[in-house]
Design a protein around this ligand. Structure first.
Ligand code: 4NP
Length: 150
């Protein structure tokens, strides 16, 4: 199973989601590959934000090897499941994917926890450390819910 987590910059939210879901899947012995991308190009090639790295490491997850990349049309075909961390991200994925957009493969991440509520993981980029702690908690809860189905 190949899963892609997508946010805007691929330096704050989706790197945490990639790290947490990969960690939980590995612990369960599942053969899953979890990856992440951003819809925007501002941070291509950068490591995750230091506060995303910090909160993950505090939970025993090292995400320092990750590098930001931009979501591309071909990802729609390459992955079995794609999760958008926020509603604006989902709209941008639709634009980038164009006619390759496959609604069966994609959902807002938090819909795995609260189906059809269409909630977004808040963007922590312009705030302080608290925002990253909140993102981590939300992401961990939803990733556990995803894993409980397998
Ligand atoms: P992310 O957060 O989408 O969770 O990686 C952001 C990172 C950078 C920017 C916006 C959001 N930015 O505007 O540069």
């Amino acid at each position: 199973m190949r899963i892609l987590m997508v946010c805007l910059g691929n330096i704050c939210r989706s790197p945490i989601a990639e790290g947490v879901l990969q960690h939980l899947a590995d612990a369960k012995g599942l053969d899953w590959t979890v990856d992440s991308a951003g819809t925007e190009s501002y941070h291509i090639g950068e490591a995750p934000h230091r506060l995303s790295q910090k909160i993950c490491l505090a939970h025993g997850i090292d995400i320092s090897h990750q590098r930001a990349r931009q979501f591309k049309k071909a990802d729609m075909v390459l992955y079995d499941k794609i999760y958008a961390l926020a509603d604006d991200v989902l709209e941008e994925i639709k634009t980038i994917a164009g006619k390759d957009y496959n609604a069966n493969k994609i959902d807002l991440l938090l819909n795995e926890l609260n189906p059809d509520e269409n909630e977004s993981v808040p963007d922590p980029y312009y705030g302080g450390e608290d925002g990253y702690v909140t993102v981590y908690k939300m992401v961990e809860e939803v990733c556990k819910a995803i894993l409980s189905k397998y």
